[in-house]
Design a protein around this ligand. Structure first.
Ligand SMILES: [Zn+2]
Length: 68
């Protein structure tokens, strides 16, 4: 019998995966590759915004600090 609480959709590839452990932070990705790709994409996007002068690093710093 499947326990629905142990399953989740990966935030990167949307694949359904079984959460391996409830210890520590909640698992958001089906595998380390998705986790790494997600963060790499985030960094690329941040660099793109900075290069396009859509945002500056001080704004990002402030927003990040306010959310932690
Ligand atoms: Zn995934």
């Amino acid at each position: 019998m499947d326990n629905i609480d142990n399953k989740k959709n990966c935030e990167y590839c949307s694949r359904t995966f079984v959460i391996k452990s409830n210890k520590g932070s909640e698992q958001k990705f089906c595998c380390n590759k998705c986790k790494n790709d997600f963060h790499a994409l985030g960094r690329k996007y941040m660099n793109f915004l900075i290069e396009q002068n859509k945002i500056d690093i001080n704004t990002i710093k402030k927003q990040v600090l306010n959310h932690i």
